[in-house]
Design a protein around this ligand. Structure first.
Ligand code: NAI
Ligand code: BGC
Length: 260
């Protein structure tokens, strides 16, 4: 199926690693123009951009810390300069944060998770909407998580940030819908990336993770990237304000396949 993304102008935040890098590749494979935002590892970004350019892709490499409004505004100005606007924003940058029970939590660390995952997504969405609303088209995909729904002991900041991203998305979808702009969440389950490498690289950790997934395997970044390109396309023209779970059935609670 032709998703008709050829030439579309796409920005992926945190696009040099894990899910972001897979989404960058997937959009480039659909012949979209892709801006890779990064805050660390410029060499990783350059390597990915180089591979895509070698295949004929049009790629920008844009350094910006998504928590910094000035950085974000400057990044969007660079996109304006190169492409005259944006069609798709994927808010992907995020961190789990350090595991800590609330009564042991460091408030600066707790706030940092909210700043990156929620405030960073808002700052980028705001700049994108400034452009998409007047042009009366555009799609914003926010990366939430199954933890917008499932509580996660030791990660109260993370779960709160992802629930916040979900409700922020619904609200922005309401605001932007009349202008032809869609805003939605992609909500992955456990996907094999650097964010959770300490879990899936450990045999017992991997087994525990798999026991939480109905399909019985940890997800791959491509499982999420494929859905992202579909959601960005007109195939999903009637999808807005919702969260699309890509979780192998983690929210199907496989622990209930026995007992209960
Ligand atoms: P990752 O650690 O490979 O990628 C995270 C990216 O965000 C990196 O490129 C990192 O440099 C970037 N980033 C962090 N702080 C930033 C900042 N201030 N400004 C700009 N970029 C920043 O991890 P992964 O798994 O690819 O995570 C991507 C997103 O997917 C995150 O929002 C995460 O919460 C979410 N997610 C991941 C799941 C998984 O199982 N891997 C499941 C559900 C959601
Ligand atoms: C987290 C991962 C975790 C997964 C399932 C994601 O939101 O970023 O570290 O493995 O949820 O719990």
């Amino acid at each position: 199926m032709d998703l008709k993304l050829t030439g579309k102008r796409v920005l992926v935040t945190g696009g040099n690693s894990g899910l972001g890098a897979a989404m960058v590749r997937a959009f480039a494979a659909e012949h979209a123009r892709v801006a890779i935002n990064y805050v660390v590892h410029p060499e990783q970004t350059a390597q990915l951009a180089g591979q895509l350019r070698a295949g004929g892709g049009e790629v920008l490499e844009l350094a910006a810390d998504v928590t910094q409004a000035n950085d974000v505004a400057a990044m969007f100005r660079k996109i304006d300069g190169a492409w005259g606007g944006l069609d798709v924003l994927v808010n992907n940058a995020g961190i789990d944060g350090t595991r800590a029970m609330a009564w042991e939590a460091d408030t600066a660390a707790w706030n940092r998770v909210l700043q990156i995952n929620l405030v960073g997504a808002f700052l980028c969405a705001r700049e994108a909407l400034k452009r998409m609303v007047p042009q009366r088209s555009g799609v914003i995909i926010n990366t939430s998580s199954v933890h917008e729904l499932i509580a996660w002991s030791g990660y109260s900041a993370y779960a709160a940030s992802k629930a916040g991203v979900s409700m922020m998305s619904k609200t922005l979808a309401q605001e932007a819908g009349p202008y032809g702009v869609r805003v939605l969440c992609i909500a992955p389950g456990a996907i094999r990336t650097p964010i959770n490498a300490t879990v899936w690289q450990d045999a017992a950790g991997q087994q525990d993770l798999i026991s939480k997934i109905a399909i019985g395997r940890v997800g791959e970044p491509e499982d999420v990237a494929g859905m992202a390109v579909v959601l960005a396309s007109d195939v999903a023209a009637y999808v807005t304000g919702s969260s699309v779970l890509v979780d192998g059935g983690m929210t199907d609670y496989p622990a209930f396949s026995h007992g209960g």
